[in-house]
Design a protein around this ligand. Structure first.
Ligand SMILES: Cc1ncc(COP(=O)(O)O)c(C=O)c1O
Length: 237
């Protein structure tokens, strides 16, 4: 009814909520797109960041797609390095040819040395070992942050603890000034992403996107939460 021709979604560990598309809604998404003559762009950006205790993730939506409705986008960046910018696009039918042509115009081609490095990396025995180590470390970091928040910042509501990805998304208390809290946190020496830009309409509440990726380890997470505690005490009272 909206006339939209494309539906962009992150079925696995959506950024910022960490939500996973419910099993019984997967078919509805594909059916609706098909009926509207639209494409589904599946941004599968954190498939390699499943936490150790999570069990196997659901397959990509693209696996259920029999009609060439889904364009699946995957990336190696998050599991390797922010500067290792190699991604993959999979689609069926004419849309693949069109996207390939656009890609050639847009970026010409992915540099050969980067392609070779990517192939060597994912083909090496060290790759699954790396993914296992990553998965274990992410779980430890998530649990460290969840425990520290529950202990020291009980006023932040953690409704959902994700089983993949690298951040938490607590809700701030009603009436909290998100901008003031972001500034106070920076003054206290910790940075987080405020929730406001993630909403296209008025947010139901303030949120904070707390990442546990760019830290040295659990000790830094504990220190970050301590600093956030002092910012919250200053701003939330
Ligand atoms: C939802 C989403 N899609 C895609 C990306 C980009 O992924 P990449 O770093 O692999 O380019 C990000 C980065 O944070 C993201 O949050």
């Amino acid at each position: 009814a909206s006339g939209a021709r494309v539906f962009v979604c992150q079925p696995l560990f959506q950024n910022p909520t960490g939500a996973v598309l419910a099993r019984d809604r997967r078919a509805a998404v594909l059916r609706t797109a098909r009926a509207a003559g639209a494409f589904v762009v599946e941004d599968d950006f954190v498939r390699h960041l499943v936490h150790e205790d999570a069990g196997p993730p659901p397959p990509p939506l693209a696996a259920d797609d029999t009609d060439g409705v889904v364009v699946h986008v995957a990336s190696l960046t998050k599991a390797t390095s922010p500067s290792f910018r190699v991604s993959a696009l999979a689609a069926r039918g004419p849309v693949l040819e069109r996207l390939r042509a656009i890609q050639v115009v847009d970026a010409f081609f992915v540099p050969r040395p980067l392609q070779e490095a990517a192939l060597e990396l994912v083909g090496s025995p060290a790759w699954p070992r790396h993914l296992r180590a990553l998965s274990a470390e992410l779980r430890v970091r998530r649990d460290t942050m969840v425990s520290a928040l529950r202990l020291h910042l009980p006023e932040l509501a953690l409704d959902h603890v994700p089983s993949g990805g690298y951040h938490l998304w607590p809700r701030l208390p009603d009436g909290a000034d998100e901008t003031a809290l972001t500034a106070a946190a920076l003054r206290a020496g910790v940075a987080f992403t405020p929730g406001r830009p993630y909403f296209c309409a008025e947010p139901p509440a303030g949120h904070a996107r707390l990442s546990f990726a760019a830290v040295g380890g659990s000790a830094e997470i504990a220190e970050g939460v301590r600093r956030l505690r002092s910012a919250c005490s200053e701003v939330l009272g």
